[in-house]
Write a protein that binds this ligand. Sequence first.
Ligand SMILES: [Fe+2]
Length: 267
Amino acid sequence: MTEADLAQFKNWFSEFTCRYRYDDINDQRNITLKERHTKNVCANMLEIARAHFSNSNDILLAEAIALFHDTGRFPQYDKYRTFKDAASVNHGLLGAQTLLQEQVLARLPEEERQLIIQSVKYHNAYKIPANQTAKTNDFLRMIRDADKLDIWDVFIELFSLPEDQRASAATLGFPDTDGCSDGLTQCIHDKKMGNLKDVRSVNDYKILLLTWIFDINYEKSFLLIEDRSYIARISEYLPQNDDIRQITAELAVYVSKMAAGCSALSL
Ligand SMILES: [Fe+2]
C-alpha cells in the first residue's frame, strides 16, 4: 500500500459520507458524530501504530483500517435511524460488504485487501474470532483500541451536554435513571469486559464503557488512557459513592500497571 492509495481512500470516504446528508437536525447531528469519530480514530490509530510498527507500509494499512472501520454506520443509520446493531444490522459486517460492493480496495494486493476487510468486519465483535492470521489479529487489536479511545471521548463530551443537545442515537435509547446494576460493577472486580445485554440505564452504560479497559491491548493505548484521564472523567458522571470509588481505584491500578508494560495475565 502506498501514500497515493491512502489519499485515494480518503477521497472515496469523503465522497461516500457526503451521500448521507439530512435536513433533520438530529439526523445530521448523528452523522456528523460519526464523521468526527472517524477522524479521531485515525489519529489514535496512528499514535498506536507508530509506537508499535517500524514498517511504514503497516502504518499506512493501520490508517486505512481506521478510516474505513465505521463505513457501515452510514448506510445503517440511513436505513434504520439507529446505531444499535442489535435493533438493526451488524455495522462491522455492513461496512465490509459496502467496501467490497463498491470495490474500494481493488487497487491493493489481495493480502492487504483481506486484512482491511477482516479488520473492518470484526472491529466491533465482542471477541476477536479465532483463526485470524497473526497479522490481522495485530491490526484488529489495534483498531479495537483506537476505536474505544475515541468512544470514551465522544461519551465524555456527550454526558457534559444537556440532553436536548446530545446526538440522540449515541446513548442507544437507555433511560437516565439512578443507581447501577451490580453485574457490571462485578465485571470490574473480575477484570472482564461487560456485555451490552446487561445494560439497563445510562449509568450502567457508563460502567460498561469503563469495563472496556479490560479489552485494551497495546501498551501505548494504556499510556493514552492515563494521559487523557478517561477513568476519572467518566466516573465524574456516575453517582459518587463507595462502590464507584472502589471500581475507579481498581481500574486506575490496572491501567498504570499495563501502561508500565505488565501483562494482563500476571495481574
Ligand atoms: Fe468506531
